[in-house]
Design a protein around this ligand. Sequence first.
Ligand code: CAO
Length: 555
Amino acid sequence: MSTIDVKVPDVGVDGEVEIIEILVEKGERLDAEAPIVVLETDKATVEVPCPQAGKVAGIEVKVGDKVKEGDLLLRLKESGHSGSTENDDTEEAEETADSTTDTDAEEDVENESDAKQQDTEDGDAEQSLRSIEVPDLGGSEAVEVIEVLVAEGDEIEEEQALIVLESDKATMEIPSPAAGILQSLSVKMGDKLSEGDTIGELLTSSGQGQAPNPEKTSTKTESQSSKSTEPPADNKKQPAKAAGGLSEKQVNAAASKVHAGPAVRKLARELGADLAQIEGSGPKGRVLKDDLKAYVKTQVTRAQDGGGSAAGVPGYKLPDFSSFGEIEVEAMDKIQRITAVNMATSWLNVPHVTQFDEADITELEAFRKAQKPVAEQRGLKLTPMPFLLKACAYALRELPQFNVSLDMEQQRVIRKKYIHIGMAVDTPGGLVVPVIRDVDKKSIWDLARDCIDMAARAKERKLSPADMQGGCFTISSLGSIGGTAFTPIVNLPEVAILGVSKADTKPRFEEGGFVPRLMLPLSLSYDHRAINGADAARFTSLLARVLGDIRQLLL
Ligand code: CAO
């Protein structure tokens, strides 16, 4: 058995490209053609396949590295067999093979320039028909269609993958250049396509490239798809229309809008995993192989582990609501899907307890109001949130058992030395939780700026996946809306979340008489596996004390 060097093949780009994902591990046995890394060029993401079967002897690159054609990616111990189950582990002398044939690359084209192509010109409310053509395939011609990801009548998002092509050196996903309704689809599996060939026609709203409202278009698209030519093989088994006019096909189409490469899609299909349920941690929310593996692991653990998992929880069947009256059906968007999965996962896995308390913020509010003109001069709005963040950071330092995550699989507690706090933001698109970093090290003004910036970006849907990762603790404030208390759900893998309700002036008995004090309701939900009730009471008492006299934050 000899060792060969696997190098970056020709990916149709001059200069360097970035490694955005590594799909293999040292010691892993690979089949020939198994994807090993994902590269991102300015116009495509490219999966580099393994030139032959073997065992990974060493990985020579890491995510973020910039590489060019001929650079070493990994060393492979040749095996005469393909497949990952061979047991020839014997270490043999390593011979350095000549450079491998720089043939294969898998491309997942994300053609930004085509996406920016102008819509055809019509009046404001007009829709226009736009032809979708095969983009530059890096010189390849007559490339076979190996997968069709959409069907006529589907509502398509800009950059959503439409078809997958496979040449002798690459597998490429062809994205939609704009949003719209797929009016016609001219290709099917097995077709051979070259640059400029027509894939189909897209009905776009003029001006924006926005997808038309499915409510407005569903009837039209249904009738259009019914007169369409035979749908591609993968899409033949479309279920009948759901009650309410929107077909289940359209509802299910949400799953195909996920940003993921061909190898990850293929693996997801093999594992029966629904990519739409997975939160991608890659660039632009791309679902990486590791995301898929973590998701499947969680599902398997939940199914096997009776302890507080969803195992054995009976599902429920919906009645036909249209039999009771008029209804509308719309597909959940990504935020709704992810929130639903995350909430249910936490609710089913975490034994929740909520500790209630009140903080006397009379002085804090007087101070905050006095600082409002200063805040305005600084171009900021000073709400209670920066003070809550600072007080929580203080409590997390004092009671570090709240700044942990539980690794139940390996029976470990992970203690964090940093303090990043998530802030639940109510947006028109749903609940999102951007994370404010190093809260303990920032001033109130810094935190006010971060809150404004994060809330604005959340509402404009401009948060990146990284903005929403790495939190140690979450604050969910409904104080500007109302309510006296609530039981927030722990934001896994954190172990506690603080719910804040509306402050109210209440009579407090002090020094022989009642005095009006502004009281802020606190609701601390915690994971009772990680935190005991006494610590929870200590946490809220400490918070109340610090919010009652913020000079303590200086100590
Ligand atoms: N009691 C009384 N008033 C409060 C308050 C409280 N607890 N919290 C905020 N307010 C006041 C603010 O002071 C401000 O009034 P002034 O202009 O007079 O100062 C007003 O309410 C509006 O505040 P805001 O909402 O603009 O700012 P914020 O920093 O308090 O909150 C944010 C920012 C992003 C957290 C909030 O906009 C939001 O989205 N909250 C909803 C979070 C949510 O949905 N949680 C539920 C998740 S499910 O568990």
